[in-house]
Each structure stands twice: as C-alpha cells, then as structure tokens.
Ligand binder design. Structure first.
Ligand code: NAP
Length: 318
C-alpha cells in the first residue's frame, strides 16, 4: 500500500524544519523530510527526555533540541505533532521565539479547536496553516514511525480566511513531497467529514471492545479465540493511542455528537429490520455498504487482499 517515496527534491523547500512531538506522526514526518531533502536541517523536539534520547539513537533528524525555544528559533517551518490537547501550551511557549515569516503548521486530527487553541498565541508576521494527514497506525512513539506513512494518503490542509497563498502552497508542496495527495477545506468542514470517517468508527470500536470485555456470559478467552469472526478488526482500531483519542473526542464534541445522533437513528432502523424480519432491507443496506468498500479499494486507499491488506511488504510488520 505504501510504496517507496518518489525522487527526493534537488533543493530543499525550507532551510530549517522543526518538528515538535516525536511520536508516530512526528518521527514519520522527520524521516520523510530527511529522506526527501525537504529541509537543509530537520530539528526535532519532544517534551519527554526518553523520547529525545531514543530519537537521537534512531537518527531520523539532523539533531534533537533540548528545549523548545532552541528548537524553533531558526525554524522556517514548524510542525506541531503532539496530542491536540498540548497545542495551546506549546504555541504559548514558543511564540516569543518565532522567526518573522515562519510557517506554523500541525497534524491534529481535529481542526476548529486546534485553530482556536493556537491562533491567539501566535505573533504578527508568522503564517499559521493547519493540516491533518489522514494516515496513521494504532502504534505510538518514535519507534513506530516510518517515512512512507503518508505516501498515497490524503493530507487535508485547512487554511484560515487570511492565510497567505504562498504559505499554503509551501505547506501543500511539503506534503506532496511526502507522497500525499493534498485537499483544501475549512476547519469546520474537516471536522464534520472526519467525525463520520474516523472519529465515529473509533468510538464504535472502543465501545464494542469495551462491551465484550464486560460481558460476563462470554469469557475473555472465548472473545480472543473466536475473534476472527469480526471482533479482531475492531480491536486494531480500539488499540489506538488513548491520549490522542481522548483529545479528539473532547475537541470535536459538536460534530461527533451530531454524527452520533444520525448513527443512532440508523442503528434503530436496523434493529427494526431485524425485529420484523425485513430481509430485503438488510440485503439492500449490505449491498450498498459493500459498494463503498469497493470504491475505497478502487481509489487506492486500501487493497483487496484478505486480512484487510493492511500492511504491504514495505511497511514494518508489528
Ligand atoms: P504519539 O505517538 O503519542 O506522539 C506524541 C508525542 O508528543 C509523544 O512523544 C509525546 O510525549 C509528545 N508530547 C506531548 N506533549 C508534548 C509537548 N507539550 N511538547 C512536546 N512534545 C509533546 O502520537 P501521534 O500518534 O504521533 O499523534 C500526534 C498527533 O498526530 C496528534 O495531534 C494526532 O491527532 C495526530 N494524528 C495522529 C494520527 C494517528 O493515527 N496516530 C493520524 C493523523 C494525525 P509523551 O509521550 O511524554 O506524552
């Protein structure tokens, strides 16, 4: 699914790129930026001393800074890759040290609340261009990252009404060089789309795995033994990072609750079909949903291989 990246750039897009938060997404971005020659230097920073030490060992950036001010001072592009809930604090702390003309971006899975958290802290003369790569795995931390994570995936860039066209173009170019397809939309629209395509599916997975864990009639060992019946596929999503997903639901409350309302109505309709033996209704729905999966495969966002075809040869096997 994620073949090798295209040819690296002849000359870097930025002089210094700084990545804050060196987990799955931040370390993958640093790896891609280094591999693709996107910055003359790629500087990493993480609040955790253990993550900084491990990142130095992994050598996926030019260097790892010991403090935030040092990390951002000379940066031309700064990408915030910490959990969404940490953004306001990071923005406030780095604001006095930013270079005029710097572009600040992020990778947060929600956008309207991220814009509200970061914007008030940023000084005049810097450009804030939020973004969200729709790519990830259920793993966390600097060891989980890999350079091709964003390859052939979408990156949604959500500029603000007064964003500079040149800065938007630079951020789009950056993501394209990481292999991504770029689409622009408003932060509000992003949050609605992602509520149904990502946030609600995660909520359902967390819920079904939680329900199974609580069922007294079904022992834990039976849940694991017979998991290939479908449950297993929910457990992958339900293994996603608790901090990240707590922050997603707390920060996209409105859109998630709205989509959850619709989902609940549709679930009630399904319940009725089962109760009243409406086989045609069930068959029609299941036929339409199968078509959606076929479209996802046709658009290259999944393969038709069994076992969800989740990992290609080029991705690390976990
Ligand atoms: P992750 O693997 O847990 O990494 C986050 C890193 O940020 C951790 O090392 C964490 O350190 C560090 N951090 C936390 N607070 C910080 C702060 N104040 N300053 C500097 N570093 C800080 O998480 P991730 O999966 O890469 O997710 C990061 C962001 O990407 C989130 O905003 C998420 O919404 C977005 N995103 C994730 C995915 C996905 O599938 N995972 C996909 C798209 C976008 P500690 O361990 O000490 O907390």
């Amino acid at each position: 699914m994620s073949d090798s990246l295209g040819p690296k750039l002849q000359s870097p897009l930025f002089d210094q790129i700084t990545i804050i938060g060196l987990g799955l997404i931040g370390s993958s971005l640093a790896r891609a930026a280094m591999q693709q020659n996107l910055g003359t230097t790629v500087i990493g920073f993480d609040r955790s001393p253990e993550v900084r030490a491990r990142s130095r060992e992994l050598k996926f950036a030019t260097s790892i800074a010991e403090d935030l001010a040092q990390a951002v001072r000379e940066a031309d592009l700064i990408i915030l890759c910490a959990p969404v809930g940490a953004n306001a604090e990071i923005a406030e702390q780095m604001a006095p040290h930013l270079k005029t003309g710097a572009i600040i971006s992020d990778v947060g899975s929600v956008k309207a609340s991220v814009v509200a958290a970061i914007s008030p802290h940023l000084p005049q003369g810097v450009h804030f261009i939020p973004a969200h790569p729709v790519a990830g795995t259920e793993y966390s931390g600097p060891d989980a990252g890999f350079a091709t994570l964003f390859n052939k995936r979408w990156c949604i860039v959500t500029p603000l009404p007064d964003s500079s066209e040149a800065a938007i173009a630079k951020v789009a170019e950056f993501w394209q060089a990481c292999g991504s397809n770029v689409e622009l939309m408003s932060p509000h629209h992003h949050d609605q789309v992602l509520a149904i395509t990502s946030h609600i599916p995660h909520l359902i997975a967390y819920n079904i795995v939680g329900t199974a864990a609580h069922m007294e009639a079904v022992t834990q060992s039976e849940v694991i033994k017979f998991s290939a019946g479908g449950f297993r596929d929910f457990t992958r999503i339900a293994a996603s990072d608790p901090t990240m997903w707590r922050d997603v639901f707390l920060n996209n409350k409105e859109a998630v609750l709205e989509m959850l309302g619709r989902f609940t109505e549709d679930l009630t309709a399904l319940q009725r079909m089962i109760r009243y033996g409406d086989g045609d209704g069930l068959f029609d729905l299941f036929t339409r949903t199968r078509d959606i999966r076929r479209n996802i495969i046709a658009e290259g966002q999944e393969t038709a291989a069994p076992d969800f075809g989740r990992r290609s040869e080029s991705e690390p096997q976990k």
